[in-house]
Design a protein around this ligand. Sequence first.
Ligand SMILES: Cc1ncc(COP(=O)(O)O)c(C=O)c1O
Length: 515
Amino acid sequence: MSSLLPVTGPDIQPVELDVSLTYTCLPGDKKGVVLASKIKRKKGKKNKQKKVSTPSLPAKKKKKRSKKKAARSMIDNLEVATSSESVLENPQHLDETYQQLKKRVLEKVSSLAEITQVNHQISLEEKIKQILKTDCDTFYLVDLSTIILKYKNWVQHLPRIKPHYAMKCNPDPRIVGTVTACGAGLDVASMPEMQRGLDAGVAPDSMIFANPCKMPDHIRFAKQHGVKKMTFDNANELRKIHEIYPEAHLVLRILADDSHSTMRFGSKFGANVNNGEAEELLKVAYGLNLQVIGVSFHVGSGCQSGEAFRNSLTLARKVFDIAQSHSHPMSFLDIGGGFLGSDTETVIFADIADSITKCIDDMFPGVTVIGEPGRYFASECVVLVTTVIARRERVHQEEGQHAETYVDYYISDGVYGSFNNMFFDYYKPNPHPMKNGEGATNWSSPIGGSSPPAQHHSTLFGPTCDSIDVVCKDVDLPELEIGDHVYFFNMGAYTSAAASSFNGFVPPKSYFIIS
Ligand SMILES: Cc1ncc(COP(=O)(O)O)c(C=O)c1O
């Protein structure tokens, strides 16, 4: 039995949404909407610090086991992809713990969405086509189950660390509702984010105001609503907090090892531990009679290595020792965000998390530890679906060469909308074309051995009048017509959160599903 979460809202019509985890006919480069980290790892490059957390089976046995799983899935009438790499190892993950979490999620989001129960299975592209039939040509398909499963995965590998979802990443109330219903707290960066957290029923004690440079009004708001924990990394901030909210519980943000991350924050935030800056700040705080309860850091967004966390934890330990030497023992540690949205061949969440857990057990016994994951929860649960709204062809011929046709497509979302993540978040779009209409060829996962369609050099432009609005340049795509579609995976983090309505194009609607 599945539950549907049609979205209600001022500009969103309720729509019946089906729920199943049969998103198995996915393109080869995508492991599934749900919990990529549970998918069999690809052979090839291995992470140096890679450890297998469950007892390892010999390779041959593993192969047999996954074949058995596929067979079992077929008996259960679940679709199974032709490529075993893209088969989800569910529905075992929808266990008792999952069901309990799901119940809490449904209770919480029931006030934000009309819930309908359905009971059938459907592939991702069929689901997309169902929604397209409602005359919606651009939308986010949000799988809340993915968030629940990722929460379970977090708890399994980081049992001592309570996640505080960084809502800047995607503040949608249904996403915030899901992650907090599971048990997460919130990392908030401003007064409006605090308000959203309070609206979601999150206790002030489960929030951290993790912006080292805060607006005075926002500190007042925190005081008014009892959001006590807040970060700082400079003496002026300490004086500001002292004036407005001297009872606050302060957390010193230190300069972390962010050398392994796509987006580094060190140039903007963090007190240096090694040159004495952190100790000086502690002295200022003690001089003002402020309570510094602990340390936070952020290894940067899109962290590629567990080493960054290990090095940063060592720095944090140094600060704990300094505080102890000043007779102000600390009891709180915040390891920030930085975890990838999905595993890659070389960066595996479970491995990094297991190594963090070991370090924390060794270095911080008895300390309360939290994290601030954003992308980890929000990225993978969203598929963005767009429509081709216009096209043109250009013929290129170099001297002595055959003429080549280039096709320009104009799709219904671009860099001023969801694809702002290409600029702000280094997102690299990987388009999945889909023909419009019933029974159209499913190019991305050809079933039945049909030969692949001819490919053309193609460029995908966004819908605005600006020439910078380019989503993909010179990619090979099969012939598309106006009204066909292109969809993109991993579009939940830092997409809608920063999308504009430049040229009047409003950000897409969202449709929610849960299994
Ligand atoms: C203070 C803080 N915490 C957490 C995050 C979330 O980071 P990520 O999405 O990489 O997990 C950010 C991102 O900017 C941040 O600034």
